[in-house]
Design a protein around this ligand. Structure first.
Ligand SMILES: Cc1cc2nc3c(=O)[nH]c(=O)nc-3n(C[C@H](O)[C@H](O)[C@H](O)COP(=O)(O)OP(=O)(O)OC[C@H]3O[C@@H](n4cnc5c(N)ncnc54)[C@H](O)[C@@H]3O)c2cc1C
Ligand SMILES: *[C@@H]1O[C@H](CO)[C@@H](O)[C@H](O)[C@H]1NC(C)=O
Ligand SMILES: *[C@@H]1O[C@H](CO)[C@@H](O)[C@H](O)[C@H]1NC(C)=O
Ligand SMILES: *[C@@H]1O[C@H](CO)[C@@H](O)[C@H](O)[C@H]1NC(C)=O
Length: 503
């Protein structure tokens, strides 16, 4: 009797409660305008995910001072286009994979090449066409370090993959540290504080293996050696996996496609400053908005936004955005970006330079290097056009190819003449490519102010296309939850355990 009397009132209570929550959420009008600064993969994927979360009515403006794609960019040489910036994508980079599928683009599998690792005097490792010979060479020289490395990277990848489930279930993180912690616990966070050298030594890898194999992978992927942090080091080693791919026509097509799919408006201009403004509404309330100043070829303009997403590094000489009048101040980050020069050369490589005087033929085509002071290149690799071309167009003579040389400084003519026996075309692209990593790494915040978010915080853990996309999705979720007060979807602990039972 008592129970049946209590039940209806309890039910009414519950219903009232949820009605009130719903009413609260409705009280908050959705944002009207969102600004995204930067149309690289970070900014365009942010626009895409923001559209998914906030719906069709919000106006999204995306500011770009250069080309759509940013560090995803191709160069044209003798009528063919080649990837000049970010070029390879891991088979488990699920956001990139989904974009390519949804945008109707096609993957392009890179042409296989045999890798050799050169130490300035000789090749310390040369891949052969024969699998069995490779395995024997690896074991002979490095014991089971190779096998152990694959297992080590796989274990890290396994935990990395958790982020996709969290994001599918709408969970977000307010700092890059808490995002990494949710994936890989303290182990991931600790990797930010020590070098890849220390990390791998602690895991039992031999110093010879680290110097000969691990460091060359760091040098080709990040232009830096054993002193990068352990997390970006692990990401870099995942880049030695098989099944790597790129986008047919150029990786930047993903950015162009996302921009279009997001129905964002592209503003060809340079954002110079952001400032908070308080405005009166017609009903007498006050609203706080962000005033974004930017320069286009028509001059200086201002616009007001509810949410601002910064999708470019804010470091000196890159973003150049002033945050005026914020208390506490929003800092622009002073740690530098690393210069990597990509030199494209159409010519014949000088095999003598690599310790193989004529008539010797280099048996490898992709040359990585160890960390030696006399070496002025990080890597020398053959490259192939982003659009498939018929065999007859690619020079049949296998040693006359288009090569991409990575180096920390622009190559002098003398250096080019050492590297190449003959050449007839040279193009240079000078990048501020990725952070100069030096653990312990202090990651910049994601939330710069109430509704200002920073996609490129994640680059200080590791810079890669997929990392920018993960950060962009996190920010779309985070900004949405914070706007509507859904705190239960932010920084939750033990998600890995909790989501297991939701399977
Ligand atoms: C040589 C090289 C090789 C690489 N290799 C790989 C690889 O193989 N695989 C991989 O995954 N990653 C690779 N990367 C890293 C990858 O390219 C980057 O991590 C990724 O492209 C970063 O994208 P983003 O959108 O965050 O930044 P960006 O691409 O830098 O985009 C930022 C954009 O903002 C614009 N901008 C800046 N300031 C302003 C302003 N004030 N107003 C308006 N616009 C502004 C810039 O013009 C730029 O277009 C490589 C990078 C380089 C340079
Ligand atoms: C923006 O304008 C500049 C100069 O007019 C041009 O070089 C650049 O390609 C334009 N960028 C975009 C994204 O349209
Ligand atoms: C990493 O180093 C910083 C100091 O730079 C310290 O505050 C932090 O606690 C360290 N984190 C771990 C997990 O060791
Ligand atoms: C090739 O490399 C060798 C050895 O470094 C060097 O002596 C020679 O000048 C280089 N150039 C040519 C065209 O052989």
């Amino acid at each position: 009797m008592q129970l049946s009397a209590a039940l209806p009132s309890m039910l009414t209570g519950i219903i009232l409660c949820s009605l009130r929550a719903a009413a609260l959420q409705e009280l908050r009008h959705p944002p009207r305008k969102i600004a995204v600064v930067g149309a690289g993969i970070g900014g365009t994927s942010a626009a895409y995910f923001l559209r998914q979360k906030f719906g069709k009515d919000v106006q999204i403006d995306i500011f770009e001072k250069g080309e759509v794609g940013g560090r995803l960019s191709t160069i044209e040489m003798e009528g063919n286009h080649y990837e000049a910036g970010g070029s390879i994508i891991h088979p488990l980079n699920l956001h990139m994979k989904t974009f390519v599928k949804e945008l109707g683009l096609k993957p392009r599998l890179p042409t296989a090449s045999l890798v050799g690792i050169y130490n300035g005097d000789e090749f310390v490792f040369q891949e052969s066409e024969w699998f069995v010979i490779n395995v024997m060479k690896m074991i002979w020289n490095y014991g089971f370090n190779f096998l152990r490395m694959y297992m080590w990277v796989e274990d890290i990848l396994d935990r990395f993959m958790r982020i996709y489930r969290y994001q599918t279930y709408d969970y977000s993180f307010s700092t890059t540290e808490s995002l990494l912690h949710a994936m890989g616990g303290n182990d991931f966070i600790t990797k930010l504080n020590v070098t890849i050298d220390e990390t791998m030594q602690k895991s039992g890898f031999s110093q010879r293996f680290i110097d000969d194999i691990v460091v060359p992978a760091m040098r080709v992927n990040y232009g830096q050696g054993a002193s990068v942090n352990g997390f970006v080091g692990a990401v870099s080693l995942a880049g030695t996996d098989s099944g790597l791919w790129a986008v047919e026509g150029g990786n930047k097509l993903v950015c162009i496609g996302l921009l279009y799919a997001s129905k964002a408006q592209l503003v060809n201009g340079t954002v110079t400053s952001v400032q908070e403004k308080v405005r009166q509404t017609k009903s007498g309330n006050t609203v706080r908005l962000y005033e974004v100043s930017y320069e286009t070829d028509k001059g200086r303009t201002l616009d007001m936004y509810d949410i601002v997403v910064i999708a470019t590094p804010l470091n000196k000489g890159i973003g150049n955005i002033a945050f005026n009048g914020f208390d506490p101040p929003i800092e622009t980050f002073s740690k530098p970006y690393h210069q990597t020069v990509a030199t494209f050369v159409h010519g014949r490589i000088n095999s003598s330079f690599f310790g193989c005087p004529k008539p010797c033929q280099l048996s490898v085509s992709e040359i990585l290097t160890t960390d030696r002071p006399n070496l002025f290149v990080n890597s020398v690799s053959p490259v192939y056009p982003v659009k498939p071309v018929t065999e007859s167009v690619i020079s049949k003579a296998s040693d006359i190819k288009v090569w991409k040389v990575f180096s920390p400084e622009p190559l002098t003519e003398e250096q080019l003449r050492l590297l190449f026996e003959t050449y007839h075309a040279v193009l240079v692209k000078n990048w501020l490519a990725y952070p100069k990593y030096s653990p312990p790494e202090k990651l910049p915040p994601i939330i710069l102010h109430r509704d200002i978010y920073y996609v490129n915080s994640i680059e200080w853990a590791a810079s890669a296309m997929e990392m920018s996309a993960i950060s962009a999705k996190n920010i779309a979720l985070l900004s949405h939850h914070r706007w509507f007060g859904k705190n239960g979807q932010i920084d939750q602990e033990d998600l890995a355990e909790r989501l297991k039972s939701e399977l």
